[in-house]
Design a protein around this ligand. Structure first.
Ligand code: DC
Length: 241
């Protein structure tokens, strides 16, 4: 029996790290929905739809049929990489330029409708760990396990800052704090599918947790979910111990 696991939460709080660990442990597929919105923002940038810091929403919306976003597994890096049409954009979508526009792009209901449709299709047969902002509420409302992750603003910014600097990005901690907090505000206050904790999600505040502690905590909930699914299946099939 394959279940689905939803992970939502604030920017840069380690959702993808946890999601990848869980997917590896269970041999499930990891789907990074933030990467899809980032690829869409990159498309808007490359197409010249962002001029003088402003997004031309009409042009983006009328070009949506030309955008094809997919993932391909790279055996060398042992992770899946994001493709925009035929180009591998895994690196570009992590740039600060994309981070600065992704919230504006992901606010648009037409963009969300297209990507949510794709995400729902990917989760149709189970065996998926998906992270994002609206996974437990909109994309997989029936997920067997839902986590909502957060951490102190400064701790998140410092982690992201260290990651960007180790990739050679010239940036100040202040800029990272500004980007993270403004994305949280836009993502939480937008009209369409805002970042919101699903009522049945388990909160993980990892401000003071190691990755290992966080993983153990998450896996204990996932194991419990497997047990209850098994019990339910047995009860339905009339198996008595
Ligand atoms: O997970 P991330 O930081 O890479 O996501 C980038 C942006 O994409 C985030 O600021 C908001 C948006 N996003 C969204 O609106 N819905 C999702 N399911 C995932 C991401």
């Amino acid at each position: 029996m394959k279940i689905n696991i939803a992970i939502d939460g604030h920017s840069s709080c380690g959702k993808s790290t946890l999601a990848k660990q869980i997917a590896k442990e269970l041999n499930y597929v990891y789907i990074d929905t933030g990467a899809m919105y980032r690829a869409m923002a990159l498309y808007a940038l490359q197409s010249g739809f962002i001029k003088q810091g402003k997004l031309d929403t009409n042009s983006l919306i009328s070009s949506l049929d030309n955008v094809y976003i997919s993932f391909k597994y790279n055996p060398e890096t042992q992770s899946s990489e994001t493709f925009l049409n035929t180009a591998n954009v895994e690196k570009e979508i992590r740039s600060m330029q994309v981070s600065n526009f992704v919230s504006a792009v992901s606010e648009l209901k037409e963009v969300r409708a297209k990507l949510v449709r794709l995400q729902k299709r990917l989760a149709e047969f189970g065996g998926v760990v998906m992270d994002g902002r609206d996974i437990g509420t909109v994309v997989m409302p029936n997920a067997h396990v839902k986590f909502f992750m957060t951490a102190d603003d400064l701790v998140r910014a410092q982690r992201r800052f260290d990651e960007l600097r180790s990739n050679g990005t010239e940036i100040s901690l202040q800029e990272v704090v500004q980007n993270i907090t403004s994305r949280d505000t836009t993502d939480s206050n937008r009209t369409n599918d805002p970042l919101r904790k699903s009522d049945d999600a388990i909160i993980i505040d990892n401000t003071h947790l190691t990755q290992e502690e966080q993983f153990d905590f998450a896996m204990s909930h996932i194991r419990r979910a497997f047990e209850s699914v098994e019990k339910k299946t047995e009860a339905e099939s009339g198996v008595v111990e």
